[in-house]
Design a protein around this ligand. Structure first.
Ligand code: KE4
Length: 434
């Protein structure tokens, strides 16, 4: 079944005349998978409709925020009420306090939180805070982890362990990334060596605990445990980037999953986004009071934002966080995601396609090879042509997964068993194309 994408193509042509690449965020351009991006006209529940009125079962969910599905009535109501009271004041509101209190209740590792407008802003601010708190400049990140597009984080591994990163983007001067050390994810040997070499200079280590920017790769428990120990030993802050995993893999985020295996585990700072805004521009970073009180206006670490804690966005986020606390929410979501992943596995096996998959809560990932990868280099051995064939095979059958092999997938509370069954039917046909 091929779709008449003429209206998408026409819109794409028009968009490319006035917006670089025709998109406001690169991954949306379908550059990795080829073909015409779908211009979405509306969404409801688990579905998107494109410019041609073609319906898709949505496994991107705006890259994570739409955990309830699109247009949840209680969230729509909350946003409509908020809008009638005003769009933005540039002044404190009670609702920001309510949202902050709710976030702190759900993530007990934090005593204070600052609301901002994007994950990039939250990650960037968390690094500045870690540097301010430690009076140190250097930081560790991991290959395959994405923490937004702040200059210091657009880095790939240097030529050797001891060397610092090289910029991955034009326009980032070498001196900006000279303090960023990029290690291999899950590589204990490199971690030990990096701390042995640079421990006293390290302000922080930032990690995606379950890396959704290399599809779906878990940091092993021993690796997370060692990150925690080495950061504590050397006085560096452990920063959990939970922009994607926060309130998505579990109500308490990935940190609550790791705390099951590492008693008392807590990061020093947590970066959040996506679900906490429910689809509106809202992100946050938080940690213990002693660290957070270094933030302006009471402390020396500056950070600000015109729309930080925006009253409409906080209404959307607050109602979303309330809804995901409904009894049984994560149990049901986890079961649904597991049935999707197991179904994909079975469909691939039926066609003799090498395949592996993993999921946690409402987040999943899969790979076109037998064993789950542990790091970025392995993920990138994926045969991209085969992935692209699978992607378009699904898209042509009304199933919309991420248009890039290094992106995770998301199930919402609105996906029904029938949606999952339909998806698996499309997958059975799409795997035949490989
Ligand atoms: P934003 O600035 O895009 O709100 O958040 C940056 C960010 C930070 N940390 C993690 C773990 C993230 O996944 C992200 C953003 N995720 C990407 C998708 N992998 C957003 C999609 C896009 O870039 O268009």
């Amino acid at each position: 079944m091929t779709h008449n994408t003429d209206l998408n193509a026409k819109l794409f042509e028009r968009a490319r005349r006035v917006i670089p690449g025709g998109v406001n965020s690169p991954v949306r351009a379908f550059k990795a998978v080829g073909g015409t991006p779908r211009f979405i006209q509306r969404a409801q529940g688990a579905y998107l409709w494109d410019a041609n009125g073609q319906r898709y079962i949505d496994y991107i969910g705006s890259w994570g925020p739409m955990i309830l599905g699109h247009g949840h009535p209680a969230v729509v109501e909350a946003v409509q009420q908020a809008v009638l009271q005003g769009f933005s004041f540039g002044a404190p509101t009670e609702r920001e306090v309510e949202l902050a209190e709710e976030i702190l209740r759900l993530l007990p590792s934090m005593e204070m939180v600052r609301l901002v407008s994007s994950g990039t802003e939250a990650a960037m601010s968390a690094i500045r805070l870690a540097r301010g708190a430690t009076a140190r400049s250097k930081l560790i990140k991991f290959e395959g982890c994405y923490h937004g597009h702040a200059d210091a984080l657009l880095v790939k591994a240097g030529s050797g362990l001891a060397t610092f990163g090289n910029a991955t983007s034009a326009g980032v001067p070498p001196e900006v990334v000279q303090h960023t050390l990029v290690l291999e994810y899950n590589n204990l040997e490199q971690l030990e060596a990096a701390f042995a070499l640079h421990g006293p200079e390290l302000a922080c280590l930032m990690i995606e605990p379950i890396a959704g920017n290399m599809n779906f790769v878990r940091a092993t428990v021993p690796f997370v445990k060692r990150c925690r120990e080495l950061c504590s030993q050397h006085g560096a802050l452990l920063v959990f980037d939970e922009v994607m995993t926060g309130f998505r893999v579990a109500l308490g985020g990935a940190q609550s999953v790791y705390a099951r295996d590492i008693p008392g585990f807590e990061p020093d700072l947590t970066v959040m986004g996506k679900v906490i805004g429910g689809g509106m521009p809202l992100a946050a970073f938080g940690g213990k009071r002693a660290v957070m009180e270094l933030m302006a206006p009471i402390g020396p670490v500056y950070q600000a934002g015109t729309l930080s804690g925006n009253p409409v966005a906080t209404a959307c986020g607050l109602e979303t966080l309330r809804q995901i606390q409904q009894p049984g929410f994560f149990e049901a979501l986890s079961r649904k995601t597991r049935s999707l992943v197991d179904g994909f596995q079975a469909a691939a096996a039926a066609q003799g396609v090498p395949f592996s998959a993993d999921c946690q809560g409402g987040m999943f990932g899969f790979f076109l090879f037998q064993d789950l990868p542990q790091n970025y280099a392995t993920v990138m051995t994926t045969n991209s042509q085969r992935f692209n064939t699978l992607f378009h095979g699904l898209l042509d059958r009304g199933v919309y997964i991420a248009p890039a092999l290094y992106e995770a997938g998301f199930v919402s509370a609105a996906h029904t068993e029938d949606d999952i069954a339909q998806t698996l039917g499309a997958a059975a046909e799409a795997f035949r194309l490989l």
